[in-house]
Ligand binder design. Sequence first.
Ligand SMILES: [Zn+2]
Length: 248
Amino acid sequence: MYILASNMNAFYGRGYGSGYYMFDWTYLLVLIGLALSLIASANVKNTFNHYAKIRSRSNLTGAMAAERVLHRAGIYDVSIQKVAGNLTDHYDPRSKTLRLSDSTYGTASIAAVCVAAHECGHAIQDQKQYGPLVLRSTLVPLANFGSSLSWPVFFAGLIFSIPPLLTAGIILFSLAVLFQLVTLPVEFNASSRALKVLEADGILGTEELAGGKKVLRAAALTYVAALASSILQLLRLIILAGGRRDRD
Ligand SMILES: [Zn+2]
């Protein structure tokens, strides 16, 4: 449920032609990506809100369910804490802390139990040193570096007509895209681990599991939308760079 804010940067839509302003049609790619992200985010909120109103038959809150899932996986060194905000739930591998939002921590609903179990899925991945999670952690600094420097470098390349800078900007942005690509297996795997334990341990019944799957699928789709949005922005950079090279 945790989205790196730095990867959500949308680039500005100014046209920069040869000395005059023109409509930059490639900005449409950014807008399409933005629309996809907004739809995915509205969808996860709606689905979560719906299943947050349905009480879990086990009467377990998110925090209680998380403890059970962790213990079942043999994990006793992860602490469960409350964090402010809505859908801010995440697992922090550095401090081995599971942070559950207000609406997850103390609520006994299908949504709360599933989100908490999903975050436990990340803790289990950490315990087992799940490959994509390890790779993703390694990529964090590179992705942050890439997404903050890509646009300034690319923009300088456009203004001063320096093709190597355009290429460097594209490569830097690709690092952020790569990070989001590696995020997908990590997220889908955490959810499937969560659902397996919830089912095997009888924390949720069959009907409840169907609802839980919807919540977790909606959450996973926000990562798919974020990746699609980044790929569209990357495509935009490639088109802009190609156009500039043709003009030079
Ligand atoms: Zn997750």
